[in-house]
Design a protein around this ligand. Structure first.
Ligand code: NAD
Ligand code: MG
Length: 399
């Protein structure tokens, strides 16, 4: 697809959204913004819409619509303003756009990502929670509607780049031929060397101080607990049709090797680069061409050392919980993700200790597993279980 693309950036005001707009602005000859969405920070959304000449913005409610208009400069013609969750899904499926950047945080991004798949769009998927909650449903929609799926999460983008030439940007039903294992790298976050006993009084700012990447606060906490890597194992399972036992996690504190693919002949292919999300974003926007991203070249001599170690599951219990959830099935994965979202929100608001995050997740997964079997055939089923888990977790006194 080298033709001109009109892009909808969902979650435009976030870390991934900002990086996406930066890359798009570098290529006016082949990329333009069609629509932008945001949940808060309407002033920033207005600035972005003005600079990118977006035709459409999507906001959550009427109060946000008024704030957006108040921030809009007098005398400039305003974009069309669409309101609410349905408008978000409709915009993802809008015939006027070719490409959808799914960069909303959390399961809240699932309906719009699914709508983009059903509309057969090129989807740049940053929102990993959508795959964790509804991987089967989402991949089926990609397959049945001829959508093009390009992983943006840096590890999955790296794996996609290292898979056999000609790997289709779609939804495989079995592992690529000749591939033995996927090796996902993880930085280990800010507490890699901390004694677990010392983590009780960790503050949100300490947990969000990631050593290598600058990201939104929810994913930053997930990186500290390594639940992020757990979500990524589940994400890799769906994206590459790979069973859990053929996905390995390696701690690599320098965040230079973004992930690797191991082949049957013993070859291991890696993708390297600066820890800057504009590289995978540019890859997705340009595929199969390579676009300039604004990322400075990697200076390996300056990096000096590249280290790897096996993660300690006692230190990072959330990683073990995610592997367990993947083996147990979709209900457990929905519970893992929803309970984590509530727990992280409570931690960031000062209502939950850092060390309680894995306990809350474990309790929610156990509770879900004790329920009589649930059917998860469609989006409504998934969202109903997600809501139920949030209510259960809230009843633990967190919400
Ligand atoms: P962020 O918190 O910086 O931004 C989130 C965006 O989603 C904002 O625009 C916000 O307004 C919007 N949003 C929040 N709640 C919403 C809701 N209920 N409905 C609609 N919109 C809502 O997050 P981020 O760091 O940019 O991450 C976005 C997604 O990309 C996450 O799923 C994350 O796991 C994934 N991701 C991020 C990075 C990164 O480097 N930041 C890397 C890999 C994957
Ligand atoms: Mg990642």
């Amino acid at each position: 697809m080298s033709r001109f693309q009109r892009v909808a950036v969902l979650g435009a005001t976030g870390s991934i959204g900002e990086s996406t707009l930066d890359v798009i602005a570098r290529h006016p000859d082949r990329l333009a913004v069609y629509a932008l969405s945001a949940h808060s920070r309407m002033e920033r959304l207005a600035q972005q819409a003005l600079a990118s000449r977006a035709a459409v913005v999507v906001v959550p409610d009427d109060a946000a619509r008024r704030r957006f208009l108040a921030a809009w400069p007098a005398g400039q013609s305003a974009p069309e303003i669409r309101v609410g969750a349905q408008a978000l899904a409709d915009t993802a499926a809008d015939a006027e756009c070719d490409t959808v950047m799914a960069a909303i945080v959390g399961a809240a991004g699932l309906p719009s990502a699914l709508a983009a798949a059903r509309a057969g769009k090129r989807i740049l998927l940053a929102n990993k929670e959508a795959l964790v909650a509804a991987g089967g449903l989402f991949m089926q929609a990609v397959r049945e509607n001829g959508a093009e799926l390009l992983p943006i999460d840096s590890e999955h983008n790296a794996i996609f780049q290292c898979l056999p030439q000609g790997q289709h940007a779609g939804a495989p039903t079995e592992p690529a031929r000749g591939v033995r294992r996927l090796l996902l790298t993880a930085s280990g976050g800010p507490f890699r060397r901390q004694d677990p006993e010392d983590l009780h009084d960790v503050t949100p700012d300490q947990a969000c101080a990631h050593p290598n990447w600058s990201m939104g606060r929810k994913i930053s906490v997930d990186s500290a607990t390594m639940l992020n890597k757990g979500l990524e194992v589940i994400e890799a399972h769906w994206l590459f049709a790979m069973p859990a036992e053929r996905i390995e996690v390696l701690i690599h504190p320098q965040s230079v090797v973004h992930s690797m693919v191991e082949y049957d002949d013993g070859s291991v292919l890696a993708q390297l680069g600066q820890p800057d999300m504009r590289t995978p974003i540019a890859y997705g926007l340009g595929f199969p061409d390579r676009l300039a991203s604004g990322v400075s070249p990697l200076d390996l001599a300056r990096c000096g050392r590249l280290e790897f170690e096996t993660p300690d599951l006692d230190r990072f219990p959330c990683l073990g919980l995610a592997f367990d959830a993947l083996r147990r099935g979709q209900g457990a994965c929905i519970a893992l993700n929803a309970a984590n979202e509530i727990a992280v929100e409570a931690f960031l608001a000062g209502r939950l200790r850092y060390t309680w995050i894995p306990r809350v997740i474990a309790a929610a997964v156990e509770w879900q597993q004790r329920q009589s079997s649930v059917t998860l055939n469609n989006l409504a089923d998934v969202l109903a279980l997600d809501t139920e888990i949030r209510a259960y977790t809230g009843n633990l006194g967190l919400a």
